[in-house]
Write a protein that binds this ligand. Structure first.
Ligand SMILES: C[S@@+](CC[C@H](N)C(=O)[O-])C[C@H]1O[C@@H](n2cnc3c(N)ncnc32)[C@H](O)[C@@H]1O
Length: 286
């Protein structure tokens, strides 16, 4: 496992360096970087990871967390301005990438996300996601994270749920923009209420990504807690809970205001926090 992980990281570093040099020398423009190549080489297909070295898993997770070094900002007020969002707020890309690394290490397969991509992905989003080390700035459309696309392209079986019909179109446009077919591992359950979906879902969930009910909308924190409780019996023996918009230290707090204390009370282990917070239910891998 160590070798596989190192290989991936090495390839990814080399590719990024080559792209940077070519871009810097004007030999290519961002649009010349072949989208398919970027996608193929960057995202390790989960099915390829078949052997798990259980004895070493927790150490490997700790290494990933240790190497996840990014500037963070927590907000002390709730009403962010447009400039706060665009220039000063942590962006989700690095958090999503780190979650994907951990999930791949654990050979997890099924993602359920409540709150789908609401802005289509374009080539510039891939370039940003693959190369960007900047914690606070991104192309405008990447401010939410485009989680649906990046989980799907990493090979997970993704069930993406949203109440807003527009998200279906945006997801379809992502693949149109990149001249790709909508992949068979992406299941768009749109429009659908997240809680209703979780009540009806009849498969095991490996990664539950809670990013619905926007901060400031009625009962947003209660709804995220309710979503977890509704999903609880469907969570796999080893699973991850990822929550977005957790970067508020205000009275109202972020989407996890009620869920984080509940998860900690119930034995979950926080792996990182910041713009997004990731929990794992156990570090005992036998
Ligand atoms: C911040 S966006 C999700 C962004 C996405 N995860 C990404 O990374 O690009 C939040 C989404 O939650 C959706 N939402 C709000 N209420 C919902 C509900 N009751 N059920 C499902 N989705 C809901 C909104 O329509 C919106 O598209």
């Amino acid at each position: 496992m160590d070798n596989i992980t190192l290989n991936e990281e090495f390839n990814s570093i080399i590719r990024n360096v080559v792209n940077d040099v070519l871009l810097e020398r004007g030999l290519i423009t961002e649009s010349h970087i072949n989208t398919e190549e970027i996608i193929k080489s960057t995202y390790n297909i989960v099915d390829e990871v078949v052997t798990i070295d259980y004895s070493n898993l927790s150490k490997q997770i700790y290494k990933i967390i240790y190497n996840f070094k990014i500037d963070k900002k927590f907000w002390t007020y709730d009403d962010l301005t447009g400039e706060d969002y665009d220039l000063r707020r942590s962006k989700p890309a690095q958090y999503i990438k780190t979650t994907i690394k951990i999930a791949q290490l654990l050979n997890l397969k099924t993602v359920v996300e409540i709150g789908s991509t609401r802005m289509a992905v374009t080539e510039k989003c891939l370039v940003y996601y693959n190369n960007e080390k900047e914690a606070f700035k991104s192309p405008g459309c990447c401010g939410d994270g485009h989680s649906t696309f990046f989980f799907t392209e990493s090979g997970f079986n993704v069930y993406s749920v949203d109440i807003d019909e527009n998200c279906k179109t945006q997801n379809e446009w992502s693949y149109n923009n990149l001249s790709k077919k909508l992949p068979s591992n992406l299941h768009l359950i749109i429009p659908k209420d997240g809680i209703e979906f979780l009540n009806e879902f009849d498969k095991k969930i490996d990664i539950l990504f809670l990013d619905g009910w926007d901060k400031g909308t009625p009962n947003y924190a209660e709804k995220h807690l309710e979503a977890y409780i509704t999903a609880k019996d469907k969570l796999a023996d080893i699973h991850l809970i990822l929550i977005d918009d957790t970067d508020y230290i205000t009275h109202d707090g972020g989407k996890d205001a009620l869920l984080t204390p509940y998860l900690i009370d119930n034995g979950y282990i926080p792996l990182f926090n910041g713009r997004q917070t990731l929990f794992i239910n156990t570090m005992n891998f036998h």
